[in-house]
Design a binder for this molecule. Structure first.
Ligand SMILES: Nc1ncnc2c1ncn2[C@@H]1O[C@H](COP(=O)(O)OP(=O)(O)OP(=O)(O)O)[C@@H](O)[C@H]1O
Ligand SMILES: [Zn+2]
Length: 427
């Protein structure tokens, strides 16, 4: 390509980007009159755009108008929130609020398909809003770049007709439940982990709320999220799509009594539905004499908040732990020692430090003799490592119970990769 051609191509690209920018600014600055002024008819442009779903007897003019006059709040623009936002925006929902405080990370992109590589580092609510506007510039999209918590939930939730829980932590589930009961909003709640997912609508059609079924939160250390347990990208895609469908059905008046949908992606018959237990008359929030009439401190109630899902465990004292730098010195000084790696096989196969003995934490109690055999000849020091430095502490405790003194490596392989060997993979 000649210099002149290159110059012309660059000019075209600049023009393209300027046009895109203008379009986005226009979309952001559009007049947010709500509900839409012309409530009783669709424009020709709308008829053309929504024609394929407009001709469904279940939707029709009436249903499409209802969608246009419905506002929905999507909490979390991650794995579930991505398909929810894309399909609700595409379907013609009039107003969509999106809350997320987090930024797009490259490890999100396998499932959070509303974002792309160019959005890495950008707030997810803003990124999702931009994607919806590109699909349907007439949708009023309101991104909230913040953590939804007790201080702001009652300012936001009452402004919407239907709320969709697309988050990944227990504190936000209880917060959303209570806020939706207090504000009288249906809550379409989804979850996805590994190959499985679940979906329920709470506080809808006389059905139960989340607390009716789960009065107390599970112990914080038993809760697994996608970054610990993994997730196949398409699983939240499926659940999120059904959440969007459910919200559309509620909006246009097609929804049945709420039930629990259980999705097992690894099984040949993937879908099951179960009847929900009825609403509890003595439920503390939706019962006849509720003791919770305003939002509480959910971080305290659940033992963990929305933003500290990867907060490190503190099980051991300082004497039972070493920093990655000290472990590196141990290697460079050639000090005899045993490195025990307690991650699952699937993680060990991805990467490991040389000369480690591998016993997954789950098997450690019954395989403790292997550790003894490995250290006995030279009475070596034992160091335990895992991915983030949580399981390794639990492993040190187990070894202690069997009379083996060991130390855990603080922050695990993640820290090793950040501070010692940047070529070591992070996953
Ligand atoms: N209280 C909250 N307020 C705002 N956003 C929230 C809240 N709780 C969770 N979220 C958001 O919900 C989304 C859930 O997405 P997802 O389950 O796919 O996990 P993730 O946090 O993006 O990814 P990973 O677990 O792999 O780091 C996240 O983007 C998270 O920031
Ligand atoms: Zn209840």
């Amino acid at each position: 390509m000649s210099l002149q051609e290159e110059n012309e191509a660059l000019k075209r690209r600049i023009k393209e980007l300027e046009e895109k920018n203008q379009f986005l600014q226009h979309a952001q600055e559009q007049d947010f009159a709500w509900p839409f002024p012309s409530e009783d008819r669709l424009s020709n442009a709308e008829i053309r755009r929504f024609g394929r779903q407009l001709i469904l007897p279940d939707v029709g003019m009436n249903g499409q108008l209802k969608l246009r006059n419905t506002s929905m709040l999507v909490v979390g623009a991650g794995g579930l929130g991505s398909p929810i936002c894309l399909y609700l925006g595409g379907a013609g929902v009039g107003r969509i609020g999106i809350i997320d405080h987090d930024e797009v990370d490259v490890s999100n992109l396998h499932r959070q398909v509303i974002h792309d590589e160019s959005r890495v580092g950008i707030n997810k609510a803003r990124s999702a809003a931009e994607s919806i506007r590109r699909i349907n510039s007439t949708c009023q999209v309101i991104p909230y770049d913040c953590v939804l918590d007790s201080s702001n939930a009652m300012n936001i939730i009452p402004k919407y007709d239907i709320v969709l829980d697309a988050t990944d932590n227990v504190a936000t589930r209880y917060l959303l439940n209570d806020a939706c009961v207090i504000a009288g909003k249906p809550l379409v709640s989804g979850s996805a982990l590994r190959m499985d997912g679940q979906l329920t609508t709470y506080n809808y059609n006389g059905g139960p709320c989340y607390r009716c079924l789960h009065p107390t939160p599970p112990p914080a250390e038993t809760v697994t999220n996608c970054s610990d347990g993994g997730v196949l990208g398409v699983i939240p895609g499926i659940i999120g799509c059904i959440q969007a469908l459910q919200a559309i059905k509620i909006s246009i008046g097609l929804a049945e009594p709420p039930s629990l949908l259980i999705f097992s992606g690894a099984q040949p018959t993937m879908f099951r539905t179960m009847k929900l237990r009825p609403r509890k008359k003595d439920c503390v929030v939706c019962g006849e004499n509720p003791s919770i009439t305003q939002l509480i401190d959910y971080v305290q109630f659940c033992g963990r908040g929305a933003t500290d899902k990867e907060a490190p465990l503190q099980v051991l004292g300082a004497d039972d732990r070493i920093m990655v730098e000290s472990y590196q010195k141990c290697i460079s000084d050639d000090r005899p020692h045993l490195l025990l790696d307690v991650r699952e096989q699937v993680q060990y196969d991805i990467c490991s430090l040389p000369n480690s003995l591998h016993i997954p934490l789950r098997q450690l109690s019954r395989r403790v003799d292997e550790v003894k055999q490995a250290i006995e000849p030279r009475q070596e020091d034992v160091y335990v490592i895992c991915r983030l430095g949580n399981d390794s502490q639990l492993a040190v405790k187990i070894l202690e119970e069997h009379g083996i003194r060991a130390k855990d490596i603080v922050g695990g392989l993640h820290e090793w990769s950040l501070r010692i060997d940047t070529d070591f993979p992070i996953y």
